[in-house]
Design a protein around this ligand. Sequence first.
Ligand code: HEM
Length: 472
Amino acid sequence: MALFHLITGWIGYVLMCLLGLILIVFLCFCLYIKYIHLKYDHIPGPPRDSCLGTFYILFSVFYCIFDRSETYGPVYRINGMHIVMLFVTCPDTTKVNLLSRYSKYSIVLLFRRFLGSGLITAHNHDAWYKQRRIMDPAFSSLYLRGQMGAFNERAERLMDKLADMADTNTAANMHQMFNLVTLDIITKVAFGVDLDLLKESDTLFPKAIEMCLKGMVHYVRDSTFQLYPKNKKFINEVKESVKLLRSTGRRWINERKMAIQNGEDVPKDILTQILKTAGKEENTENEDEELMLDNFVTLFVAGQETTANQLAFAIMELGRLPEILANVKQEVDDVIGMKQEISFDDLGKMTYLSQVLKETLRLYPTAPGTSRFIPNDITINGIPIPAGVTCFFNSYVCGRLDKFFEEPLKFDPERFHPDTAKPYYCYYPFALGPRSCLGQSFAQFGHTTHSMVFLYFYYFLYCKIILKTSTL
Ligand code: HEM
């Protein structure tokens, strides 16, 4: 009996302590919310949906962010689960923040390392800077000029495939075609591997990338997504896809390492540069390998879907707008004529095509935004912003606001005519500043008509398609 009393006494005591602890946590939470209210409530923003703040962050529903930008102005606040996020369309703030050394977010996809500390997601400025300097040569115009053959060949393969489909009256899903061909190009030009996915119809690799991207969208939209049991099957598929991408990377990296060790002549491509990122930090061998794999996956994710989607959106608009299509055809006929091979210099002459592609990214930016953590107090449009928030900059929203672009929903390549004034920090489909897209750094070479390096080569696919369709 005494033992029983002792045990119940202890249980009562533990319960009391637990209750006390819960009460303290609850009070701290209330104080925290009060503090957040006092600190940030002067910034305009929608009311909170519930006691948890704004539960749905709605990153992917851009029209929602867009509507709010119209309602609340150049900077507004959302308290997502009481974490303050700012959505900014003010050009001056965009300029200052994106051109400065502010840090970014990181993604560990569904508990499995995905982009890790690779170029896009690296937090530490110095570590990122070292990687970027190493990668730059593989994106130089010098290296990419030498890859024209690979681009010509892959584009020809696509043309042959389309011609076959035309002969048999088979409908072509252009988005899917572009997905395969951009994957082919990246694997060849960046990693020296010839996949020929258009022919092989091996869907394992493209599917793995698609699953990873789907997983990433879910993760960004709701980071608690992985905790719900009903999502388990999907999550396992994503995990398997990440595993496949990283194990493929490991295999290709090891093959290249062996080739270098055996004194073979290896291309100075992205894979060779990725190998150089190892041994630069005080990392263990395992950490080095993981970093290399982060960059391997990063380049697929950054370079493949973005370009494939841009191509697909442009084809969609050209299909809708025969006049613009006729202008593009005319330019391609004038510059390329009957030539079989398209040269690097030909691409620079395609001014109108370049305008079409820029306009495509205004309406359909395939990497729609970026974010920066703000460590110091700043002022946006006269509103004081206390330090400690993350600012989101959305090119999709800016591209559709009529204060920046007249008749924003009209597809009009003339907006990007070389004689027209450049949009002032409201058009940034490749982000801006030091963390801008690595595939876009051609501007640094002082080339004004075309501001892309890697992407530049995708113009090429257009030329081919336009040429082919005019002869079919
Ligand atoms: C239409 C095509 C593309 C678009 C719209 C695009 C857009 C972007 C954007 C907006 C960022 C910044 C992301 C952020 O801040 O989180 C970025 C970064 C990056 N992109 Fe692209 N990109 C494209 C194609 C490519 C290609 C073809 C490659 C290379 C194969 C590439 C490689 C990268 C890399 C490595 C970064 C990280 C840069 C850094 O932080 O140093 N991108 N891209």
